[in-house]
Write a new protein. Structure first.
Length: 234
């Protein structure tokens, strides 16, 4: 998941960047309303955390502009003032949720996960494919009940492939999902991560096949995309 974080309080922004990254989310951080307005229109983010009090254009103006231009990503507003008018205005302007500062980071993370789930139309916090089960709240991958240790980026790639299991995921969309502005993530890096996941999944009944010139598709290791492959007795 790729998050656009717009917050001009540098210390708060750094703390949030760290917390979001530790959830395995890619974060792009901005500190003013003008650049936020422009970047949000590019449609590359799954959700936005938007401060109201910003230089050059306040968060409310940014949000109205996004909604007027058809940007539908979920937006959580941060407001420094506990004023009813702010919150009502924010929700009227098209915000999906808001938090009043100061807030607890775990609460922010939980609300962002809920917004993301709602946006994806998911009712629970799990993705299941074959014998793999991805608990999005962790996030944590399990196979037959046992934890499969993965790095945050490996988890993010697994989530993307599981969401579209049986369908091709383009290299571009993987680069988009796993990139942030601070890191140099290329198509070559995608190959490295896919290679690692293939090794991890080799004994778990799941294969990641290359579709030459397009991308990758997650399938069950026997080639069947429907039910889990029967396993030989140990
Ligand atoms: Ca501010």
């Amino acid at each position: 998941m790729r998050v656009l974080l717009v917050e001009d309080d540098r210390a708060l922004a750094l703390g949030l960047q760290h917390a979001l990254a530790s959830e395995g989310w890619r974060v792009d951080a901005l500190a003013d309303g003008d650049s936020a307005a422009a970047v949000g229109l590019q449609g590359e983010h799954d959700l936005a955390v938007l401060d109201i009090g910003l230089p050059r254009k306040n968060g409310m103006e940014v949000l109205r502009l996004w909604r007027a231009r058809g940007v539908r990503m979920p937006v959580l507003l941060l407001t420094a003032r506990d004023e009813l008018s702010d919150r009502v205005q924010g929700l009227d302007a098209g915000a999906d949720d808001y938090l009043v500062k100061p807030f607890d980071t775990p609460e922010l993370l939980a609300r962002l996960r809920a917004l993301h789930r709602r946006a994806m139309g998911r009712l629970d916090e799990r993705l299941v494919f074959g014998e793999l089960e991805l608990d999005l709240a962790g996030p944590e991958l399990r196979c037959r009940g046992e934890r499969v240790a993965l790095s945050p980026r490996e988890l993010a790639l697994t989530e993307l492939l599981m969401q579209k299991a049986g369908r091709v995921v383009s290299k571009d969309s993987i680069v988009g999902r796993l990139s942030s502005w601070e890191s140099d993530f290329s198509e070559n890096s995608v190959e490295v991560y896919v290679h690692r996941l293939r090794k991890r999944f080799a004994d778990l009944g799941v294969a990641i096949k290359t579709v030459r010139g397009f991308g990758y598709v997650m399938e069950l290791a026997d080639g069947d995309t429907g039910t889990a492959a029967p396993r030989a007795p140990a």
